[in-house]
Design a protein around this ligand. Structure first.
Ligand code: FES
Length: 179
């Protein structure tokens, strides 16, 4: 790589890293207020209630991947380690999202360094502390949020999805429901 190209690429990398790191739980709460009510109302339907983990297995920073609401439709459960509007658990730190990008359906995964959800194809970036909101890239919509409930034993249940998962006409059609 030529020196100028390398410098440009490094600068781009620095800018991108700054963007990825800038959001934190405290700053995210105010921005997300008001958005969750409409997202939750979009969940509808008769979703299965599925145990996906227990809080004792999900310390801060940990993730667990699971299929929901259909077999093969991967979602990710994340303990963000800080309180988030719409989060589940005693400290509201647990959230879950579809892992299918809303742009063209490629895989989205947690980037441990930045704490953001990043798409492998065209690098859309979603903020898990802002209900999966898009903060960079071509993705048109937030990541669908899996609605969670935690019982007194710490068992975490998926109970619905707010937002349409990429590639589906309806989150509950065109596949086998998980049990
Ligand atoms: S498929 Fe994710 S950004 Fe294009």
């Amino acid at each position: 790589m030529k020196v100028k190209e390398k410098e440009a690429s490094e600068e781009e990398g620095v800018t991108r890293r700054n963007l990825l790191k800038r959001a934190g739980c405290a700053g995210a709460v105010a921005l997300v207020l008001g958005g969750l009510a409409s997202k939750a109302s979009a969940s509808g339907g008769n979703y299965p209630r599925v145990k996906v983990a227990n809080t004792k297995d999900l310390q801060a920073g940990k993730t667990v991947k699971f299929d929901y609401p259909l077999v093969g439709r991967k979602s990710i459960l994340i303990n963000l380690g800080c309180s988030v509007e719409g989060g589940a658990g005693a400290d509201k730190s647990i959230v879950a999202y579809s892992m299918f990008c809303t742009h063209l359906g490629c895989g989205v995964d947690m980037d441990k360094e930045s704490g953001m959800m990043v798409c492998e194809c065209h690098q859309s970036v979603y903020d898990p502390k802002l209900s999966g909101k898009v903060v960079e890239g071509p993705a048109p919509n937030s990541l669908p949020m899996v609605l969670l409930k935690i019982d007194k034993n710490g068992d975490i249940y998926a109970e619905g999805v707010a937002g349409l998962i990429y590639g589906l006409r309806n989150n509950l059609l065109d596949g086998e429901e998980v049990k």
